[in-house]
Design a protein around this ligand. Structure first.
Ligand SMILES: [Zn+2]
Length: 349
């Protein structure tokens, strides 16, 4: 099974000096009560029936992961409480996850906005659309989306929210209507109804995803589309950014980890139906007032066994899957070592 993830206290990868210092600082902040932790005993589907599948995250921090035996949702407990998140994301998240204090111009990889447009375009049937992105970073996704939409004769009016004030300023200069408002504040102020709401690598960070989905209804009309992208748990065998390793995938910043099926169950419960999706996960949902909103504890869902057997097989054959990772070639390993050495010499890390 997943003994390594339950028994080890060792990080599965090499952290640089900044990451090690930030990790210690974060532990102190938690101990001193500057950052509060919350415990989750009940799954979003209301089931208490869960199994612990990992006792630490990728940094070796004491954040366990559980899988719900009813719906297959994997959740982190404890997790950082909502009111500690702005402080956490402004101070600890970036140096710890990216190993640098330098501002990251593009929070998302180039081509992300284009990809979202291509995924959503067949469902966009107007020459003028209003888009809202939660966690918009400096607006890279929105700018790319608007640029390619224009080529298809669609004018995209772009709005969004983002915690980081520097990113918001950058986005505003580019003509985007991004604010530092929380989603609650934003929804209470705006009268806009959006055609497309984008959550690109945001949904897995939410502490109360069902609450957020309900807020989206206030800025939606009956044909609003919801694009949700998260790193899918059933895609790890070819997920080289994590070197196929479930432990490298786990982070305390991800409050939930989804398969397409557990994501769909969560969305269904809030009145959204799946339009299109895959296990990577790139997905589109839309509101459906007639959808069966039965709590998923009452819906037959065997997803948990499928996920657990996927993770067990992955763990048993981890070396095989990792051998397919191009980053593990001798050439790339050597290149990484040299880069690490140069960065250390120049004091960048
Ligand atoms: Zn559940």
């Amino acid at each position: 099974m997943l003994e390594r993830l339950l028994a080890t206290a060792k990080t599965p990868w090499k952290m640089n000096n900044l990451q090690l210092t930030t990790e210690l600082d974060l532990q102190v902040a938690i101990k001193n009560g500057d950052i509060f932790l919350c415990k989750r005993d009940v799954c979003l589907c209301s089931s208490h029936n869960k199994i612990r599948i990992a006792s630490i995250d990728r940094f070796g921090l004491d954040f366990s992961s559980y899988i719900c035996k009813n719906c297959g949702l994997v959740f982190t407990s404890p997790y950082i409480c909502e009111n500690s998140l702005p402080f956490y994301y402004n101070k600890y998240y970036h140096p710890l996850h990216f190993g640098t204090n330098k501002p990251i111009k593009s929070l998302f990889s180039k081509g992300q906005g284009l990809k979202i447009f291509n995924f959503a375009k067949e469902y966009l049937n107007s020459s003028y659309i209003k888009i809202f992105e939660m966690g918009a970073g400096c607006g890279t996704n929105l700018l790319e989306f608007a640029k390619v939409a224009k080529k298809y004769g669609i004018k995209a009016d772009c709005c969004g929210t983002e915690y980081n004030a520097d990113y918001v300023q950058y986005g505003n200069k580019k003509g985007l209507k991004i604010t530092t408002d929380s989603i609650e504040e934003y929804v209470s102020k705006t009268i806009d109804k959006f055609d497309l709401i984008i959550l690109s690598h945001i949904f897995e960070h939410l502490t109360n995803p069902t609450g957020t989905l309900n807020l989206f209804k206030k800025i939606s009309h009956e044909n609003t589309l919801l694009y949700i992208e998260v790193p899918g748990i059933m895609n790890l065998k070819t997920q080289y950014v994590y070197d196929c390793d479930f432990l490298k995938y786990l982070t305390h910043a991800h409050t939930f980890n989804f398969s397409l099926s557990s994501l769909r169950a969560t969305l269904n419960y809030c009145g959204f139906e799946l339009v299109q999706g895959n296990e990577k996960i790139e997905s589109i949902f839309r509101m459906n007032r007639h959808i069966n909103k039965t709590p998923s504890t009452q819906v037959k869902n065997v997803n948990y066994k499928e996920i657990l057997s996927y993770l067990t097989e992955l763990e048993a054959n981890l070396a095989f899957y990792q051998s397919k990772n191009p980053a593990n070639s001798v050439y790339n390993r050597l290149k990484r070592k040299i880069r690490f050495f140069i960065e250390k010499l120049t004091g960048e890390i």
